[in-house]
Design a protein around this ligand. Structure first.
Ligand code: ZN
Length: 110
């Protein structure tokens, strides 16, 4: 797992929707960052961590740890899920579809 993206960014959003700071680290995938895949799954873990995943890979080698503000700059529609409760998942089939929110099914969230 790479954890080398912890540079401090000075994000200045006019309206930051999340309860955690914009500089908070979040997991995404290589496919989102490099291949242009949309975020199709947003997970809000019990420990407060967020994951913005493409849904095309479950390989830990594809995980990337990035700045949440950078993710919002990449895809402003992530703001829609900002108030997702912990242990809930929001999913969608594509970037143009609405988010569907549901609680974690099996408690296998970490
Ligand atoms: Zn950033």
């Amino acid at each position: 797992m790479q954890n080398d993206a912890h540079a401090h960014h000075a994000h200045a959003f006019e309206a930051w929707p999340f309860e955690v700071p914009a500089e908070t680290g979040v997991f995404t995938t290589r496919q989102v960052l490099e291949d242009g895949e949309p975020v199709r799954e947003a997970h809000h873990d019990a420990d407060g961590d967020w994951q913005f995943l493409c849904g095309t890979t479950r390989d830990a080698a594809d995980l990337r740890y990035v700045c949440m503000g950078c993710m919002l700059e990449r895809d402003a529609t992530l703001a829609v899920v900002a108030h997702l409760p912990v242990e809930w998942t929001a999913s969608r089939g594509s970037a143009n579809e609405p988010w569907v929110q549901a609680p974690y099914a099996g408690g296998d969230a970490t």
